[in-house]
Design a protein around this ligand. Sequence first.
Ligand code: FNR
Length: 190
Amino acid sequence: TGIKIGYFVGSLASNSINRTLSKALIRLAPADLEFTEISIGDLPLYSSDFDSDFPPAGQKLKQAIEASDGLLFITPEYNRSIPGALKNAIDWGSRPWGTNSFARKPTGIIGASPGGIGTAVMQSSMRSVLSFLDAPQLNSPEAYITFSSEVFGEGGEVNNEATETFLRHYMDEYCAFVQRVLAVTAPGHI
Ligand code: FNR
């Protein structure tokens, strides 16, 4: 069986460039990886009031994270940080206290923006959040994508050879990283 990757798209926009990037990444990923989206759009705003009676939407999110061998975050940068909808989902997954679903899950962070910074500042915030949540992260290569509709087709086609090679390399390295972590945290699993 394959390696189960749960992926988060950090944008709720119907024309999200990060959703387009997610399609490209799935197309270019090694065949060993099986992708399932973990959706974030239906979650209420988290409050610790929910901890004593965790609602189904929160339980479903935690189960989806826990059922994944690895996690991939494909997300925009909002005001130099993590989009609120994604941060809300992360807060849900980290709670109730003592049941942090992210612990020891291998993660990757990637994002696209129309500008040249390519979500670098958001990614730096994400690294600090995921470190606190004890989630190992692919540190290298980093991937800061400046989005152009000439390069990325809506179905995930990549019309530029250098970009395609780079994204394929990123997914190869991500796959190898997830396998390295699983070899320690879940020996014999794959
Ligand atoms: C942005 N945008 C943006 N871009 C960026 O590179 N750095 C930033 O800090 C921000 N801040 C920001 C805040 C808010 C509230 C919005 C709506 C947008 C622009 C952003 O990169 C652009 O809208 C992308 O298209 C968003 O990604 P999706 O939703 O298309 O995947």
